[in-house]
Design a protein around this ligand. Sequence first.
Ligand code: ATP
Length: 200
Amino acid sequence: MRVGVFGGTFDPPHVGHLLVASDACEALALDRMVLVPAGTQPLKAGAISAPADARLAMTRLLADGDPRFEVDPIEIDRGGLSFMVDTLGALTGRWNGAELFLLVGADVLASFDRWRDPERVRRLATLVVLTRAADPTAAEAAHATDVDHALIGGPPQRLRTRRVDVSSTEIRSRVRAGLSIRGFVPESVADFIESAGLYR
Ligand code: ATP
């Protein structure tokens, strides 16, 4: 069993997340993709604006209907600061015998050496660095840069994902400005944001 682990603040989750998760399932031949909404991220604390229960509910709506996707509230349930090493340790127990693939954005990788116990993170999961490209099927496999190699103590696996020019930041500011977010998020997520009055 090959299981992808895709963490994020999901504040809110959007179609970019959905397409990345789906591309990764195909490219890495994953059986499952576990979406893990962050509790309080040590390196992003203070930047989260929707409450954890709302981010969890929206992530479930995003994953709804795709049998490959699963949402794990492990970081939110654990409370306190979320360290990926603790999350992977728990997921290893839960997915006994599975091979874990941790998807990380290139932006996130830049702070990898400041993560708690990066060596153990690497032992628990294969790191897959997401690189945005115009077309993942046309892109040749990218070679790891020396910088990334040194940073994570070994060659990272790279995954070219398609470019989807959508971010949670843009969605939050569109809501604040009273603009429509239809198409940026599934309809169920847009409805949730509207009825909960998030991001205004
Ligand atoms: P924010 O705008 O609040 O920083 P975000 O849209 O980047 O949020 P996160 O929840 O922080 O969303 O993202 C989780 C992961 O998803 C990150 O590793 C990020 O690289 C990746 N990701 C987010 N948006 C996209 C996108 N449009 N295309 C590809 N990957 C994305």
